[in-house]
Design a protein around this ligand. Structure first.
Ligand SMILES: *Cc1c(COP(=O)(O)O)cnc(C)c1O
Length: 381
């Protein structure tokens, strides 16, 4: 019988915290104060404190957090926002919904995050903001990006959806720009049991604007100062998130230890994730790179091991983004990564035996017929 290993298994974590979660949900419902109630307010406080920033504003999703952060910075039609194509589509949607235009720059080959060296050339008089992504659990290289933003007078909006708890030179990734947006989607390192998001900032004016925009542009009910939307965080989700936030550091430590075990076994066989110096990666995903990606992926699937590709088609090549496509071949690293990346199972409750089994399968020799020769040799770099 083949033993299945999921890419992300949320059932195990739920069993561990089940009683506490059910009690928290029960008590939120008993209070029946469901409109931006006490759990939302306390979660916002606790999350901001965890990040060492002054403000947290709970919203309905990560996509909304990015969108509302952009709007709070007054970004709209005619403006350009520099971002990456090697990521999930939410950023482009969030930028386009403001009326602004996303401008894609390439990523660094080792960490797959925004390459600061590509940014200056993409700046025009219309550029208003940089929107880097802390991808896979690791911060983008923020110091050079902050330098560029300062020099050109740009906002920095961090997409920290995949990096709850990660650090960059001692500071939390998500406390390094003007405002940070987080998805709290159920599979993230910190996730609700449904849709949720939060924006954080040290800027009280930005925070107040996001707070208004998430609730129909109002400070007081039925007094609408801005055209906003309905993007409130639910009380029940906030209650669950408070239970989970208390365990986030422990879970991230477990993820880091699994990554160390994977890398010890797989280094040399495939390109393993690179942790930039000064950066503390929290491994939302553990992503290897290899020219034999598809063969390895099939072999793992046959033995019941689920893997993922984050992401198989870069955004600039998606039909939905045709209007924003850059000149052909201007994002070579992004396009190369899409064919080489493979996400292995990663979640805090993964066992040593499971990691060993995944590694055995990744290391198994590739059948001659399935080999693909490339410049970097059979296995690439
Ligand atoms: C999950 C994710 C999002 C989307 O967040 P939602 O909560 O699903 O709207 C955006 N950006 C990145 C990098 C993500 O990983």
């Amino acid at each position: 019988m083949k033993q299945e290993i999921k890419l992300v298994d949320l059932q195990r974590q739920y069993q561990e915290i089940r009683e506490e979660v059910i009690e928290a949900i029960g008590s939120a419902l008993d209070g029946m104060d469901l409109f931006l109630g006490p759990n939302v307010r306390q979660f916002e406080r606790e999350f901001a404190d965890y990040y060492g920033v002054s403000e947290g504003v709970g919203v309905a999703s990560g996509t909304d957090a990015i969108h509302l952060a952009l709007r709070a910075c007054d970004i709209g039609p005619g403006d350009e926002v520099i971002t990456v194509a090697h990521t999930f589509i939410a950023k482009v949607e969030a930028i386009a919904m403001t009326g602004a235009r996303p401008i894609f720059v390439d990523v660094d080959a080792q960490t797959a995050t925004m390459d600061p060296e590509q940014v200056t050339a993409a700046i025009t008089p219309r550029t208003r903001a940089l929107l880097p992504v802390h991808l896979y659990g690791q911060a983008a290289d923020m110091n050079p990006l902050r330098g560029i933003a300062r020099e050109y007078g740009l906002w920095i909006i961090e997409d920290a959806s995949q990096a709850q708890g990660a650090r960059y030179h001692g500071q939390r990734a998500g406390a390094l720009g003007d405002v940070a947006a987080f998805s709290l989607y159920y599979s993230k390192n910190l996730g609700a049991y449904g849709e949720a998001g939060i924006a954080t900032t040290n800027n009280p004016v930005i925070a107040e604007r996001i707070r208004m925009l998430r609730d129909h542009g109002s400070r007081a009910r039925y007094q609408h100062e801005l055209l906003g939307m309905n993007s409130r965080l639910d009380e029940v989700h906030a209650a669950v998130l408070r239970v989970k936030l208390r365990r986030l550091d422990k879970w991230n430590e477990q993820r880091r230890s699994h990554a160390t075990a994977y890398t010890a076994r797989l280094r040399g066989r495939v390109a393993t994730p690179v942790e930039r110096s000064g950066s503390e990666h929290v491994y939302y995903t553990y992503v290897i790179q290899t020219d034999e990606r598809d063969v390895i992926r099939d072999a793992l699937a046959k033995k019941g091991v689920q893997t993922g590709i984050h992401y198989p088609v870069p955004l600039h090549l998606q039909p939905a983004c045709a209007a924003f496509a850059p000149a052909p071949e201007s994002l070579p690293i992004t396009e190369q990564l899409a064919g080489r990346i493979l996400s292995l199972p990663m979640f805090p409750e993964l066992t040593t035996e499971e990691i060993e089994r995944v590694c055995d399968l990744v290391e198994a020799p590739i059948p001659i017929g399935a080999r693909r020769r490339t410049k970097g040799g059979i296995y690439g770099q």
